[in-house]
Design a protein around this ligand. Structure first.
Ligand code: C2E
Ligand code: MG
Ligand code: MG
Ligand code: MG
Length: 284
């Protein structure tokens, strides 16, 4: 009997593994043509000055709509893009689209408008990354100080020399560097000390329960205080409710991002948001 059970368990695991593997291969196969087929789109999610709720910038977030797979989330396809190297052309596509939009919004609405872009470890490990970045900044006439590159601790884990060089070069040209998903990785604290970060983005898993979990509230307060102590700006991600907003405002967090203010939007809808904000009546 136990032998049979063992066999069933085995079958169950292999079936699951088979499904996962097929899904992964399918996603990879479709992802290879996604750029050429025009299936990738850059969406924009507002971030606001916590103090007055004004939209001061946007984070570029990729969306992928495939004819066979439907909508595939970045959490699924970004790791595959990383492993296959497809993230290099895809990452350039994101930079171009984000800069093109930011240039337009800086002319139209606010010359200080900030654009935040997620950068994967593989992109950061490329020798030519800073050259590509610099040339795109020139091409779209974007001030480096209005650009924020979001990296996770995964970038720093390898300790590669090339990463140190790229971080230093990016800092030198005046582009800001954010630590994304702060609090979810390994040795965040030592990394903050050793690298030229400008901004700390507190992960939404900590923001989620701040109104009900005193421990989480304490942690977020400590992260904000520590960030300020290190001369960093602090962003809270995943703000969904007015109550969360009020607490973060009281804790003197600098910026906020989340569904309370806006979901990630296609470029034209994001633009409507900026237009609405320009109407004096709508300034809160
Ligand atoms: P992230 O950089 O931490 O981005 C924030 C994620 O939180 C986004 O998920 C956003 O839609 C979601 N979010 C924002 N506000 C709220 C909220 O109030 N509640 C909840 N529940 N979620 C909220 P998304 O767009 O699915 O992206 C997931 C991750 O995929 C990103 O996390 C980022 O790590 C990665 N990613 C997305 N676009 C790119 C890209 O262009 N390049 C790279 N390398 N990674 C990307
Ligand atoms: Mg991010
Ligand atoms: Mg700096
Ligand atoms: Mg994040």
């Amino acid at each position: 009997h136990s032998k049979e059970q063992g066999r069933n368990t085995y079958t169950f695991f292999t079936d699951q593994m088979n499904n996962d593997m097929h899904r992964r291969l399918k996603v990879e196969e479709q992802l290879r043509n996604a750029l050429n087929q025009g299936e990738l789109t850059v969406y924009f999610q507002a971030f606001v000055d916590i103090h007055n709720r004004h939209v001061v910038g946007a984070e570029a977030l990729l969306r992928w709509q495939n004819s066979q797979l439907g909508n595939v989330t970045p959490d699924e396809f970004i790791p595959i893009a990383e492993q296959t190297g497809l993230i290099i052309p895809i990452g350039e596509f994101v930079l171009e689209n984000a800069f093109r939009a930011a240039h337009h919004w800086q002319n139209q609405f606010n010359s200080q408008f900030k654009i935040a872009i997620n950068v994967s470890p593989k992109q950061f490990r490329e020798n030519k990354f800073v050259d590509v970045l610099t040339s795109l900044l020139g091409q779209y006439n974007i001030q480096p100080s209005s650009v924020e590159l979001e990296i996770t601790e995964g970038v720093l884990l390898s300790g590669d020399q090339i990463i140190n060089r790229n971080l230093a070069a990016i800092n030198d040209i005046g582009v800001s560097i954010s630590m994304d998903d702060f609090g979810t990785g390994y040795s965040s604290l030592s990394y903050l000390r050793s690298y030229p970060f400008d901004t700390l983005k507190v992960d939404k898993s900590f923001i989620n329960d701040i109104t009900v979990d005193p421990g989480d509230l304490e942690l977020v307060g400590a992260a904000i205080a520590m960030g300020h102590g290190l001369n960093l700006k602090v962003v809270a991600e995943g703000i969904e409710t007015e109550e969360q907003y009020q607490l973060l405002n009281a804790l003197k967090c600098d910026y906020g991002q989340g569904y309370l203010f806006s979901k990630p939007l296609p470029q034209s809808e994001f633009e409507a948001l900026l237009e609405a904000q320009q109407e004096p009546d709508n300034i809160r």
